[in-house]
Ligand binder design. Sequence first.
Ligand SMILES: Nc1ncnc2c1ncn2[C@@H]1O[C@H](COP(=O)(O)OP(=O)(O)OP(=O)(O)O)[C@@H](O)[C@H]1O
Length: 261
Amino acid sequence: MSNPILQIKDLSLFFGGLKAVDELSFNVPEGEIVALIGPNGAGKTTVFNCVTRFYDHYTGDIIYYNNSGEAINLRDYEVTDVIYQGIARTFQNIELIPDLSIIDNVLIGAHKEIKSSVFEHIFKSPRMVKQEKVLYHRAEEILNFLNIGMIKDMYAFGLPYGILKKIELARALIAKPRLLILDEPAAGLNEQETDELAKIIRKLKSEWNMTILLIEHDMSFVMNISDHVCAISFGKFLAYDIPESIKSNPLVQEAYLGKDE
Ligand SMILES: Nc1ncnc2c1ncn2[C@@H]1O[C@H](COP(=O)(O)OP(=O)(O)OP(=O)(O)O)[C@@H](O)[C@H]1O
């Protein structure tokens, strides 16, 4: 197994009296596709929200190895800074701006890259125009990679769900993350779209050198695509293993199917 890019150590988080995540620890090895699975309400999205700092009232540590190989504790970073460290995510509920074009929705994800003063923004300095061109070209490349480059100027409003999910993915990709976090990427997709998504995610790993951490309820998708799977239930660690072994793990089967009386 390669070195970890992310280490979750004794993570716990309460919502009032409910312990949504309970002393959870697992690693995400660099360059792998890792799935976090568990029944509804197991705490998966809460874990993602802790990693990306949407929630900061957790205990435990989340260590991330940044570009320079330096271990940083994400606790020391604001939600808006996480992306600068090379972590981007998608959400369970798609959040796009319907009256912007597809490509403009994607470019929103690149705001961190524009390095210019207010003055340059107002007067459109040559430096800023150049930066915008580079980003526009990158957005086009990503949309072509996702097979929606030909409709880049269409408004997002009213587009089919499968396309909206691709736009959301493109918006995360334009930030050039090293660690891509996907919350239910296959939810709502038909079989053909799900197969295409699996190919895309594999390419992100093999050709774009990304590490991918995902939550997904579609078990055949998870078992087909993941290098490792971490299973949790009621916020607690159950198992971490390769897909074949997770499938036959009695604790995981019990969490999903209930205990035979
Ligand atoms: N903002 C919140 N306030 C209070 N309770 C919450 C909040 N968010 C989640 N919970 C509760 O915390 C627990 C874990 O929720 P979470 O959404 O992380 O689970 P999940 O595994 O992602 O579920 P699903 O697969 O259904 O999306 C659940 O009991 C949920 O009801």
